[in-house]
Design a protein around this ligand. Structure first.
Ligand code: ATP
Length: 359
């Protein structure tokens, strides 16, 4: 993080009556960053976005944006554009009038407004739509216009509150790529709220993972995926196998394996081991081209269930090594068909102990 963040949140708390919605939120966002607030329903991500927008007031704590203390400023005096989940366009105004709304409020000269509107509708790839009404546009088109409206006054900060969640899967992916491209082109600092981990992983420079009103971890997609700071993050971001284990002296016991522990423990304790499905490697059990026979991390398994998901399948396996716990591994469709693998087929698997997270 740069020494001079664009947006700083310090010790933000928010209570609704006796309910604490946000607790001890500290966050620095650099100029030009794309940040996602990611978390399950009710974790407080929308409340935090609304506090940044001044639509909600924090119970305590301070916010600075561009070096200015905005903690107590009303929304109109802050410098942001916002897009909401449901299409919040004015239904009785044309696309042009919707996009122009903020500019007209600022008493921008008419010729300038027209030029800016036409530039913005081109930017969101809907040129020629100026005379249409929102009801004549698809959901994705309405969100593009909402985006144009949010960007019209060239704000320093773009806030997106689940802008894609009402769209169908294809449109969601298309629009998220467009939002990212647009954000990079304009270099605008952006915060997007989402509960969709794939969306956050694919779009954000950094992800703020939230749960029960606190920040669990802040990191790049790779960091939160590969090095989750807490069991919640490991579980919420991506799929994971959770196995019971025990740390004892210099060893980590999991299933029938005794692995070297990262560090020695004086008092033995039960732990949970988090292992991503792709961190269990597969080889066919029958052909010779497998792992070395004395590979200490190898184990035999049997396929119990195959979930077909396209190029990769989620394969549920059982193994004496982990009895009674099941594992999920990812296998490519090509691998499954080349090896003629199906339910009840034997399989040789290998753990990647360096990828295990122990909590
Ligand atoms: P979602 O994805 O469902 O919108 P979220 O993570 O955005 O979830 P928030 O909308 O920020 O969650 O809400 C956080 C918690 O604060 C929830 O438990 C919610 O019920 C509560 N809450 C939010 N606004 C209010 C309010 N005005 N009065 C009372 N409780 C509120």
């Amino acid at each position: 993080m740069t020494a001079d963040p664009f947006l700083s949140l310090r010790n933000i708390y928010k209570t609704f009556g006796s309910f604490t919605a946000l607790s001890q939120i500290n966050l620095d966002i650099a100029r030009g960053e794309f940040i996602c607030f990611l978390g399950p329903s009710g974790c407080g991500k929308t409340t935090l976005l609304r506090i940044i927008a001044g639509l909600e007031t924090q119970s305590s704590g301070t916010l600075t944006q561009g070096g200015r203390d905005i903690s107590r400023l009303p929304p109109a005096e802050r410098d942001y554009g916002i897009v909401f989940q449901s299409y919040a366009l004015f239904p009785n105004l044309t696309v042009a009038a919707n996009v122009a709304y903020g500019l007209v409020n600022r008493k921008t000269p008419r010729a300038q407004v027209e030029a800016r509107v036409s530039e913005l509708v081109k930017l969101v790839r809907l040129p020629g739509s100026e005379g249409k009404y929102p009801s004549q546009l698809s959901g994705g088109q309405q969100q593009r216009i909402a985006l144009a409206r949010a960007l019209a006054t060239s704000p320093g900060l773009l806030l997106l509150d689940e802008p894609l969640s009402a769209l169908d899967a294809l449109e969601r992916v298309r629009l998220r790529q467009e939002i990212r491209a647009l954000q990079q082109k304009l270099g605008i600092t952006t915060i997007m709220v989402t509960h969709d981990q794939e969306e956050a992983l694919s779009i954000a420079d950094r992800i703020v993972v939230m749960n029960h009103g606190v920040i669990e971890q802040v990191g790049t997609a790779l960091e939160v995926y590969r090095e989750p700071a807490t069991p919640f993050v490991a579980d919420f971001v991506g799929k994971v196998n959770v196995l019971p284990g025990r740390l004892e002296g210099e060893h980590l016991h999991v299933g029938s394996f005794r692995l070297p522990a990262r560090e020695r423990v004086d008092t033995a304790r039960d732990v949970k081991i988090y292992l991503r499905p792709e961190d269990v490697l597969a080889r066919p059990a029958v052909s010779g081209a497998g792992f070395a026979a004395d590979d200490p991390h190898m184990f035999e398994a049997v396929i119990e269930k195959i979930e077909f998901l396209g190029s990769f399948c989620h394969v549920h396996v059982r193994s004496d090594a982990f009895h009674p716990h099941r594992l999920i591994v990812y296998l490519s469709l090509n691998f499954l068909s080349e090896q003629s693998l199906a339910v009840d087929s034997p399989l040789r698997l290998r753990l990647m102990p360096e990828r295990m997270r122990v909590f």
